[in-house]
Design a protein. Structure first.
Length: 215
């Protein structure tokens, strides 16, 4: 049964089962069910080869979740076969949120994005963190081979429709907010963490790190 909560604006009804969800939303169509082909076919491989950006979703053993952005030159994610792809682990902030989660719980979700394209590619499967493999050399960029990579055994693979991008107008520059009106990351860090350094100094250090430690 739906659970009820009372707040300042009135009652809140929470949906707690798939049966309730289906009663509200309706049944899924046959074509939508069948679009998960469970492998990387030619269309999926072409999309991945064109995509410079993906989101990696992971979950820890305690159920806590993380979504991490990953950026590569197009073709930077290797597709080894119909059921295996490899994502290089480039230098980051060393929190290791995604990798720690994968070690504890190998289930991952990927969302591949191509600029200007409203459709996305969703890939779900089981991942593992790899420190040695012949293919790591193929991930070399600017003379640097990644020390780690995420290998994903593909279990689900399907294209996602354009509605989210059309609602958000993400690829329409005229709809973008004024970047100058937003605080810089340096200012955000200074205020959130109560740092003694100036926002400009923090921004300068972040810029140097992004330039010198990209790979």
């Amino acid at each position: 049964m739906p659970s009820l909560d009372t707040g300042e604006t009135g009652s809140i009804v929470t949906v707690n089962s798939e049966e309730e969800l289906r009663r509200i939303v309706g049944e899924v169509g046959e074509v939508v069910l069948r679009k998960d082909i469970g492998r990387l076919d030619g269309h999926a491989r072409d999309f991945i080869a064109t995509s410079p950006f993906l989101l990696l979703a992971t979950s820890g053993s305690d159920g806590t979740c993380d979504v991490s952005p990953r950026g590569e030159e197009p073709g930077g994610v290797l597709v080894l076969d119909d059921h295996t792809l490899v994502i290089p682990e480039r230098p980051g902030n060393r929190r290791l949120d995604s990798l720690r989660n994968i070690v504890a719980n190998p289930q991952v979700g990927l969302l591949f994005v191509v600029p200007g394209t409203e459709e996305t590619l969703r890939v779900n499967g089981r991942a593992r963190v790899v420190s040695q493999a012949p293919y790591l050399e193929r991930l070399r960029v600017r003379g640097k081979v990644p020390t780690l990579a995420v290998s994903v055994e593909v279990r689900e693979c399907f294209f996602h429709c354009a509605k989210a991008f059309r609602r958000s107008a993400l690829w329409q520059p005229e709809r973008w907010p004024d970047r100058g009106a937003r605080p810089t990351l340096g200012r955000i860090f200074k205020e959130q963490l109560d740092l003694e350094w100036s926002a400009k100094l923090i921004d300068d250090d972040l810029s140097i790190d992004a330039r010198e430690n990209l790979y």
